[in-house]
Design a protein around this ligand. Structure first.
Ligand SMILES: Cc1cc2nc3c(=O)[nH]c(=O)nc-3n(C[C@H](O)[C@H](O)[C@H](O)COP(=O)(O)O)c2cc1C
Length: 358
């Protein structure tokens, strides 16, 4: 593939990604095709597939894995397919299989889970810069579409900047920066560091997308103005409120029902659907313990639909006036899609104190 014909950096961002600001994050088992359709309807401009394990994807005997993780359709663009890998040739082989149905291929350098440590990928490659260079460069040299990457930061901003520049020099045409270090996961997540993201943005010549601390629609503009990034990526914010990019807080059952309608037309694993419904309905389930228990056990689409219908509480009236609690989080009724607040004590990115510090 001639590099001359391939759009790069801001040409790629403007022409193919149309200067997008709203990015749906790659999410294992959760940013599947049906979910991408729903998220695009509510404002997601760029969608990532879930992370795909390059080696398993290339294993011809593992067709089940391939169909579980890779499915797309005519309106599923712009689309970025994300892989994890630690072998350049295998990564290229996997990426060549999808390059005609996507707009870029992304390398996952951010996964901090045990499975990534064992499998030697994601954030556990963070210290192997030669290998990362090769992984990105082989895609840059050989694919017809651009390569992008998603990273976590280091504790030291200087190191993060050097790292980001190395990735850019390897040929990445867009970089997503999740502003947390590798150890910040689960209960130890704390807040993402937007200051580091803004430093990376200043240092690079390719588009930079920020990730972390997006609870509400208003956080997106606040993040852009504080960091200068080109766009913002949401994962959990979108799972709990699939309409986050539209600025709406709609009834849980409305979005659940719409998602289920999509799943009727787009074959989707029951496990993915159930996990989505648990998140959409999260604020309501404590009020419907019996339905929560049933949802955990369902094995068929019809059973899920029936539970969702029972959770439909169309008679509820919602007043648009939203008040904040003592930590600065918005108080929504339980039938409205809303972010899952993990740790109010750790601080709210919206609190005044945090804004002044940032
Ligand atoms: C269910 C789930 C699955 C995820 N899977 C991936 C993945 O496949 N690839 C990846 O780079 N990050 C993955 N992440 C991390 C998110 O993309 C994102 O970096 C992180 O959740 C922080 O963003 P947020 O604050 O918007 O949630 C996942 C996160 C969640 C919640």
């Amino acid at each position: 593939m001639s590099q001359r014909r391939k759009l790069q950096g801001y040409d790629f961002y403007q022409t193919v990604l149309k200067n997008a600001k709203y990015f749906l994050a790659p999410m294992v088992d959760q940013s599947e095709y049906a979910w991408r359709i729903l998220s695009r309807r509510y404002g997601a401009q760029i969608c990532y597939t879930p992370m795909i394990h390059a080696k398993m994807f290339c294993d011809e005997k593992n067709r089940q894995y391939q169909s579980d993780v890779w499915s797309t359709g005519i309106n599923d663009r712009p689309l970025i397919v994300q892989f994890c890998a630690n072998d350049p040739e295998t990564l290229l082989k996997a990426a060549l299989k999808v390059q005609d149905q996507c707009d870029a291929v992304d390398l996952n350098l951010g996964c901090p889970q045990h499975i990534a440590r064992r499998g030697h990928y994601g954030a556990f490659l963070q210290d192997e810069w030669d290998l990362i260079y090769k992984l990105i460069n082989i895609l840059h040299e050989n694919l017809s579409v651009p390569v992008t990457a998603k990273i976590r930061v280091f504790p030291e901003v200087e190191k993060t900047i050097k790292y980001a520049k190395m990735i850019e020099s390897a040929g990445a045409q867009l970089l997503t920066v999740h502003g947390r270090i590798r150890d910040q996961k689960g209960h130890n997540s704390a807040l993402a560091d937007w200051e580091q993201i803004s430093q990376v943005k200043k240092a690079l010549n390719i588009p930079v997308i920020a990730n972390g601390n997006i609870l509400y629609f208003e956080d997106i503009e606040r993040c852009i103005s504080m960091t200068g990034v080109d766009g913002v990526m949401s994962a959990e914010g979108n799972l709990y409120n699939p309409a986050i990019f539209s600025g709406s807080n709609l009834p849980t059952w409305q979005l659940a029902s719409e998602y289920l309608d999509i799943c009727r037309t787009v074959p989707t694993k029951i496990g993915y659907i159930r996990a989505h419904l648990f998140k959409i309905y999260r604020p309501a389930l404590p009020f419907h313990v019996d339905l929560r228990e049933q949802l955990a056990k369902v094995t068929t689409f019809e059973e899920i639909r029936a539970i969702s219908d029972e959770l439909q509480t169309a008679s509820y009236v919602y007043d648009d006036e939203v008040e904040n609690d003592e930590n600065g989080y918005k108080i929504f009724p339980h039938w409205i899609c809303q972010p899952h607040i993990r740790s109010p004590v750790l601080g709210n990115p919206n609190s005044k104190k945090k804004i002044e510090n940032s």
